[in-house]
Design a protein around this ligand. Structure first.
Ligand code: ZN
Ligand code: ZN
Length: 356
């Protein structure tokens, strides 16, 4: 069973983001009986993959195989694993490990993605205790701790389910946790890979009105077709901020650039409204926030990081029940380099999924 060869697209330096990943073998983390080996059928491309390939969020421990929207078949299941059966369809998102200790305030309350005792990411992390490095899904196989391996509900297509595992949950969690639902008007800023899921899930959760907010008018038709009730093009709609002042209960912002009109977005919140940032710019800095934007409306600004395995399972079930259909473009695993270049150039409508 352990003679599986793990092969994938290796990023060896910062140039790899320019379509220079190299196919080769890699040594997965050391096997434990808490792990699952997955034969990968699909892996979505996430903006994080680009940041990691080019060391945008700090030095990457090269060689690195990116990809954290993994779907495949469980081909080896550790003895301690109860919920995964060999041969079944499973998935892994952006997180591969947390401390899982009973006295951890986060892990013990279903907040694994916020664990303060050491989160291991699905790729580009080094495991504690000599277990090696984590490698992602632009590959033939993946090995991950079973706590973060999920069963995929029937009725969801594998290629559709893959990008939900990071892109989907990153927006589903803040929507759910901040009251998106009937009676609410919700804005999604940045309608790209993440934001298109924001529109889909805000509607699936039953929000009264969903407003897509992006720079260019050319996306308007797409965003309305996705199910948004309104669209705002901030580069082109004159006086958009003034015309939409105090109109939204909740905003989820997926923009990962520090060049965004943040204070204008905040003026769109109703009294006591909430703004949640999920996009992470290289370097991490956001534009300065003016206190007089916050105080007179009593608004809150916060952040959100992916979601727990239980929350991912809940999202997948909602997607299956409500027939949420992401807009994806399938690419062959062989053309991962070109797919990375295209993603970086902003060509994805709205998520690429690699297929083995
Ligand atoms: Zn991601
Ligand atoms: Zn923990």
């Amino acid at each position: 069973m352990s003679d599986t060869k793990f092969q994938g697209w290796l990023g060896k330096n910062e140039e790899s983001v320019k379509g220079k990943m190299e196919w080769g073998e890699f040594e997965p983390k050391k096997w434990t009986e808490d792990d699952v080996d997955i034969e990968i059928s699909h892996c979505g491309l996430c903006g994080s993959d680009l940041h990691m390939l080019k060391s945008g969020w700090g030095p990457t421990p090269y060689p690195c195989v990116v990809g954290h929207e993994i779907i495949g078949k469980a081909v080896r299941v550790g003895k301690n694993v109860k919920h995964i059966k060999e041969g079944t369809r499973v998935g892994v998102g952006a997180q591969a490990r947390s401390c899982l200790q009973k006295d951890c305030p986060d892990c013990s309350s279903g907040l694994e993605s916020y664990c303060g005792n050491g989160v291991v990411n699905t790729y580009g992390s080094v495991y504690p205790g000599d277990e090696g490095k984590s490698y992602g899904g632009y590959a033939t196989h993946n090995r991950t701790n079973a706590h973060f391996v999920l069963n995929i509900p029937e009725g969801l297509d594998s290629a559709d389910a893959a990008p939900m595992l990071c892109g989907g949950i990153t927006v589903y969690s803040p929507l759910k946790q901040n009251g998106c639902g009937p009676g609410k008007k919700v804005g999604i800023v940045g309608v790209g890979g993440l934001g298109h899921f924001g529109v889909l899930f805000a509607k699936a959760l039953g929000a009264d009105r969903v407003v897509g907010i992006s720079r260019k008018a050319e996306k308007r038709d797409d965003v309305l077709k996705l199910g948004a009730d309104e669209y705002i093009a901030t580069d082109e709609d004159k006086d958009w901020a003034k015309n939409n002042v105090r109109s939204l209960d909740l905003i989820v912002c997926t923009v990962s650039s520090d060049k965004m009109p943040l204070n204008d977005y905040l003026t769109m919140l109703k009294t006591k409204g909430t703004f949640i940032q999920v996009g992470a710019p290289d370097g991490g800095n956001l534009p300065p926030i003016n206190a007089f934007t916050l105080i007179p409306n009593g608004i809150k600004v916060g952040g959100s990081a992916i979601g727990s395995p239980a929350e991912i399972a809940e999202m997948l079930q909602l997607a299956a029940d409500k027939k949420v259909k992401p807009w994806i473009q399938k690419r062959s695993m062989k053309e991962a380099n070109q797919a990375v270049i295209d993603l970086d150039a902003g060509r994805a409508r709205y998520r690429y999924v690699l297929e083995n």
